[in-house]
Design a binder for this molecule. Sequence first.
Ligand code: UD1
Length: 438
Amino acid sequence: MDGLSSEHFTINGGRRLHGELALSGAKNSALKLMAASLLADELSVIRRVPRITDVFTMVEMLRALGAEVAFERGELRINPGAPLNDCAPYELVRTMRASIIVMGPMVARNGHARIALPGGCNIGPRRIDFHLRGLEQLGAHVAIDHGFIDVSSDGLHGAVVPLDYPSVGATENLLMAATAAAGETVIENAAREPEIVDLARFLTAMGATIEGAGTSSIHVEGGRSLHGAEHEVIADRIEAGTYLIAAAACAGDVTVHGLDAVHLELFLTKLRAMGVGIDEGDRSIRARRDRGLRPVDISTLPHPGFPTDLQAQVMVLLSLAAGASIVTENVFENRFVVVDELNRLGAGITTSGHHAVVAGPRRLAGTVVEAPDLRGGAALVIAGLAAEGATEVRAIHHIDRGYEQLEEKLSALGASIVRAADAAPRPPSADRVSGEVR
Ligand code: UD1
């Protein structure tokens, strides 16, 4: 993967970003809604689905499981029919680890799921023990052999499922499985991300009975079969945060439309503390900066804490602030993989364990860098926009996994950013072989 990417961005930095943009649907919601559509045997229609490679991978996964899928102009039409194939192939799971989210719906529909083990990735080990333990508590039998997870059940039953940690993926997998489990399921210490609320709304439209989504205790009255439904995906809060940071990094003035600001509350509080002007409108957020930035300390936490998916991007902004900031990553291990590349652009970031000290203010200067993963890639683009001179960001297939029309949207705001094919394939770099897959 890395080193073999065929495209890069060339960015001429130092331009002020100015204007308005419509946000895309949330990647992390769309992928789960697509999986949820497998719970019915009839057509579901999902709108405002971003055209990003993770969504294309999930389309392939749904097809591999036997569903008919059409995707046009952001509208997905999914007809799973019956019965589902029960094997999620390795090639797709390794391309996108999030595809293990089909496990809950497959067990619910078929009583059986065989899913390739996802393997490692370059932001630390990403375990799925909570998913599996939770399914066992709902009455499933789990076995792992020959690189596959086999989950089977003669009929799921409701249970109280306490999670050790509010894992987003485990909450979603268990929420979907619980719709098929006879009786009441309570997921305790559930994740509270807005994408979980979106999933619960879709499941409810499909006929499920769910209470408490968005709180740490979700109740599901399961056992009834679900029908197809129509749904529009919520706006992508991580995309919103990325553009708001880009605006602030370039002393710009940008308004993003389509998002409820409450989805980004702590993030916006931190930007304000740095000296960025933030106005919250009716489903819109404006960020503008006309003065120097102050350092702030940031700790990533599950929602409503500061999102780990904006940690890399905000480090660029902190690099421009007058003083040192401390960033603590609490959600993933090894999530500072982009730091070396940011330092090559002139940042002064040192890491120790899950802490990073971001020295500032730094003058960023363009050079050639390589995206190590999705959010790290977005951070490099922001750094390139704020840097003097030209920056080439390579391995942008990572960025294409999660950002729809990134260069078009940035160009409309006044950025100079162009996508081009690499001159020649480069050999893979051993230290960057990646299965990063969110
Ligand atoms: C989702 C998002 C990702 C985001 C993350 C945290 C998608 C497709 N991805 O990932 O963008 O960064 O939430 O907001 O929605 N863990 C375990 N055992 C488990 C499950 C998780 O130990 O069974 C650990 C993980 O290793 C990680 C932490 O819990 O350290 C958080 O993981 P989780 O909330 O599950 O994230 P994802 O659902 O994988």
